[in-house]
Design a protein around this ligand. Structure first.
Ligand SMILES: Cc1cc2nc3c(=O)[nH]c(=O)nc-3n(C[C@H](O)[C@H](O)[C@H](O)COP(=O)(O)OP(=O)(O)OC[C@H]3O[C@@H](n4cnc5c(N)ncnc54)[C@H](O)[C@@H]3O)c2cc1C
Length: 396
């Protein structure tokens, strides 16, 4: 059978795009592996292997804001149709400990295009009154966005998207794509175990792995950065105590670490509660080959930063009672223009949606919709332009 559309990668963008493509009533498949919990056996990994991603609405510019807004507007529908609850709208707090920055200035100055509500905090005292568990320096300035900001469970969102995809007769192929070749009227995908699938158009959504198989001759200009996070295991009681804590984006910049993000304790599939925190670190690495990424996920030296991260957490949440704490490893893909790449990679029916820039879980639904519309209608949805998402190639 020749599919109309095949999506490669069933992560955040791929699952959303597959759902929207399947709404066209054409023959659609998505090819991607489930998470392999044995890192030594996994060939590819993902940027969504935990249970919490920050959801905010006001982004760094109107494009990000529209993406976030339109994604969040879909959550009720997706939750109802899939019977999966993945969205916890507890609000999101953005703090700069040094005072005003470009993001805060823009918000204050212009009252954003979308007339979104937020609360501005002039100093740490006002912040302390509103959020007594958090601790920030006196010079801090902040905004708080209420619901629908908060957090989403990325794995459950993917699961929900794929339920809707299957309801539309979409086919899920649990495999890894290894090579794409071109026949007269279709593209041919060979998987790692040498199975063959054919489609008129293919959308590549394999996240950080897009350049590492023979999927595209035109390699994309992506910076792939290691990301170290901590999971702080707390008791159920402590999780309940902290259950009104908003998600936090903390734009601290000190030599030891910068750009902290944190999400309240969430229950994981093992029944335990973990608060997740991450940041940029001086020892973060950039990757240019698959072996180094595999080694990073399997046994990277993330524990070298455990004490630094723990110290950062205790400065922000001095009263937190931690039972255990450990590091986890992830990867972030940055594009040249710092927006995801969504576009055609050639004139033969190959497209891509990738390059999340650390912000694309919260807006993955809209990104998937834009990509799907591009394959179906050959244009960009109203409110967006091709230029914003133009793929940039290494050789450009
Ligand atoms: C620690 C961490 C924290 C983050 N926090 C936030 C946050 O709070 N809010 C937010 O909005 N964003 C956050 N992000 C970013 C967000 O998770 C990513 O932008 C998002 O996951 C990107 O989606 P994607 O579909 O491009 O890639 P992924 O979600 O990584 O999905 C790619 C999928 O493709 C599969 N794949 C790879 N190669 C192949 C192949 N050859 N064949 C088939 N399948 C393949 C992978 O297995 C994976 O399932 C965070 C990222 C990290 C690492």
């Amino acid at each position: 059978m020749i599919f109309d559309y095949i999506v490669v990668g069933k992560g955040m963008m791929g699952s959303a795009a597959a759902k929207y493509l399947s709404g066209s009533k054409k023959k659609v498949a998505v090819i991607g592996p489930d998470e392999n919990i044995d890192n030594n056996k996994a060939v590819v990994f993902s940027s969504h292997y935990d249970q919490a991603r920050i959801q905010r609405i006001i982004g760094h510019d109107d494009v990000w804001t529209l993406l976030n807004l339109q994604s969040a507007q879909q959550y009720n529908f997706i939750e109802n149709q899939s019977n999966i609850s993945f969205h916890t709208p507890k609000g999101c707090l953005y703090v700069n400990p040094e005072g005003m920055d470009v993001y805060l200035n823009e918000i204050k100055k212009s009252e954003n295009l979308f007339n979104l509500k937020y609360t501005f905090f002039e100093n740490s005292k006002a912040l302390q009154n509103a959020f007594p568990d958090f601790h920030f320096p006196p010079s801090s300035k902040a905004i708080f966005e209420d619901a629908p900001s908060g957090y989403i469970n990325p794995q459950l969102l993917i699961k929900a998207q794929l339920i809707l995809f299957k309801k539309n007769n979409g086919i899920i192929i649990n495999n890894i794509a290894n090579e794409i070749t071109y026949e007269k009227n279709f593209l041919q995908i060979k998987t790692l175990d040498k199975k063959i699938y054919q489609a008129k158009k293919v959308l590549l959504c394999p996240g950080a792995f897009i350049n590492f198989f023979n999927l595209t001759k035109n390699k994309l200009a992506l910076s792939l950065k290691s990301e170290t996070i901590i999971w702080a295991n707390v008791s159920k009681q402590e999780a309940i105590r902290l259950s009104n804590l908003p998600s936090l984006i903390y734009e601290i910049k000190i030599p030891e670490y910068k750009n902290v993000y944190l999400i309240q304790p969430v229950m994981y599939p093992d029944g335990n509660y973990y608060l997740k925190m991450g940041c940029n670190l001086p020892s973060d690495r950039f990757f240019d080959n698959l072996t180094d990424i595999q080694n990073w996920f399997r046994n990277g030296a993330s524990d070298d930063n455990l004490e630094i991260l723990k110290d950062a957490l205790l400065k922000i949440l001095p009263g937190i009672k931690i039972k255990k704490i450990f590091t986890k490893r992830c990867i972030v893909s940055y594009t040249k223009h710092r927006k995801p790449y969504i576009g055609a990679l050639n004139n033969d029916g190959l497209f891509a949606a990738c390059g999340g820039n650390g912000y694309s879980a919260m807006c993955s639904d809209a990104l998937g919709k834009i990509a799907a519309n591009l394959l179906i209608e050959n244009n960009f949805l109203q409110g967006y332009s091709a230029q914003s998402f133009q793929p940039v190639f290494i050789n450009d």
